[in-house]
Design a protein around this ligand. Structure first.
Ligand SMILES: Cc1cc2nc3c(=O)[nH]c(=O)nc-3n(C[C@H](O)[C@H](O)[C@H](O)COP(=O)(O)OP(=O)(O)OC[C@H]3O[C@@H](n4cnc5c(N)ncnc54)[C@H](O)[C@@H]3O)c2cc1C
Length: 379
């Protein structure tokens, strides 16, 4: 590809690639089977500064852009999608605080996140999946506190041992529709806040995803992110950037699956020749390579557009839609090329295939991405 990386981008890729190869690859099968990230991996990523890639240096972060975040997530996803998901969500979850939070909120939460506190982003509720405006959780002001009631489901980065704070979207003015929704930061130890079930998932099994409950949960009003009533906009804006990270997760899986498929096709012999000599399989490889290059180009276009401060709603949705879909297709074809061996847990393909399947679902399904692309195109 003709994309020219900066020195900083080259060096963060090299650092994360080495970490992924040496530390993640050997641990990924066990983490998947035990459905838990190795705390040592989280500690190492905290030391590398990966919990605060986009947090400005004045708050202790790396002060990098979405392009660098995309590179990090891509390289992590090649070896362990659960780990990539943690970093992708982490570096999206604090964005509303970074862009709209008070100085007090930034000092408190950005500094914490940069030091390694795990943060989450809670929009989804049992009644509000694709229809994010249908949330029911309420936050009522009582003196200098909010009293929050409701629940959230499928929240990443929250689990038995993970999740230090979460930015939630709650209704503060029931008569104002989405203009009555407010973004509020809730600490894990806030009174009235509790975690429900940790979900048992098809893929990204090592990543924590849980239900959250708020029962007369009390949070200081000073934990409001930006202006009350603007939370829905802040959440949609965070998702625009977050989708580029999720697309990178799919890209990383697809790149690795392609590389594994190429190596396997060149070495596995049937009918007295390597299976790569069959034109049928060569066409699979050609399609996979084309899809990977196209996804990479879209993601880097979206990331650099974001970093220039331009509107990314359309290009981020295109990148996420395309990368999510081809991530599943490429993992599937790589598994097919490995056939019986790919189906076995001895090889990473069955895990990668399961892991790839989440990307067309979260941070907006593929159908929702198409709604956004159509809306932006028809403007
Ligand atoms: C592992 C995992 C982690 C997650 N992490 C988080 C998180 O950290 N924070 C968070 O807030 N949420 C999170 N989610 C929630 C995720 O974003 C939602 O699952 C997703 O937005 C889809 O909502 P839903 O599952 O309720 O599906 P639904 O909205 O019920 O959709 C069901 C189907 O209908 C389709 N559909 C719905 N409306 C339309 C329409 N108008 N036109 C065409 N098709 C439509 C959908 O595309 C889908 O195919 C997570 C989910 C999972 C599975």
């Amino acid at each position: 590809m003709g994309f020219v990386y900066t020195e900083e981008q080259e060096s963060i890729r090299a650092l994360v690639k080495e970490f992924a190869k040496n530390e993640l690859e050997p641990r990924a099968p066990k983490m998947d089977q035990e459905e838990k990230l190795d705390p040592e991996i989280i500690r190492m990523m905290q030391e590398m500064g990966l919990m605060g890639i986009g947090i400005p240096e004045e708050y202790g972060g790396l002060g990098m852009g979405v392009m660098e975040k995309s590179i990090v997530v891509e390289e992590l996803a090649r070896k362990c999608a659960s780990t990539a998901e943690l970093i992708s969500v982490q570096n999206m979850a604090y964005m509303a605080i970074l862009k709209h939070g008070s100085e007090e909120l930034k000092q408190k939460y950005l500094t914490k996140a940069a030091q390694g506190a795990i943060c989450a982003f809670a929009l989804t509720e049992p009644s509000a999946g694709s229809d994010a405006a249908n949330i029911k959780t309420t936050a009522v002001v009582d003196g200098d506190e909010y009293v929050i009631n409701g629940s959230k489901c499928f929240i990443s980065n929250m689990g038995p041992d993970e999740g230090d704070f979460v930015t939630i979207l709650a209704i503060t003015d029931p008569d104002a529709g989405v203009k009555g929704f407010t973004a509020i930061v809730v600490d894990r130890d806030a009174p009235g806040f509790s975690l429900g079930r940790r979900e048992e998932k098809m893929g990204i099994r090592a990543a924590d995803v849980s239900e959250l409950f708020f029962e007369n949960c009390r949070v200081p009003v000073s934990n409001t992110v930006g202006e009350p009533g603007k939370g829905f906009n802040y959440f949609m804006e965070s998702l625009d950037g977050g989708r580029i990270g999720m697309a990178s997760q799919a890209l990383g899986i697809a790149e690795e699956a392609l590389e594994l498929a190429v190596n396997y096709a060149k070495t596995r012999e049937q009918f007295k020749k390597p299976i790569a000599k069959n034109q049928g399989l060569q066409w699979y490889i050609a399609d996979m390579a084309t899809k990977v290059e196209a996804a990479r180009a879209l993601i880097y276009e979206a990331a650099t557009t974001y970093d220039r401060g331009e509107n990314v709603s359309k290009i981020a949705a295109i990148a996420k839609y395309y990368a999510a879909e081809i991530g599943v297709q490429v993992a599937d074809k790589a598994l097919q090329i490995h056939s019986g061996y790919g189906y076995m847990r001895d090889y990473p393909l069955e895990r990668m295939y399961r892991d790839a399947r989440i990307v067309p679902i979260y941070e907006g399904t593929s159908e929702v991405q198409k709604m956004i692309i159509a809306r932006e195109t028809l403007k």
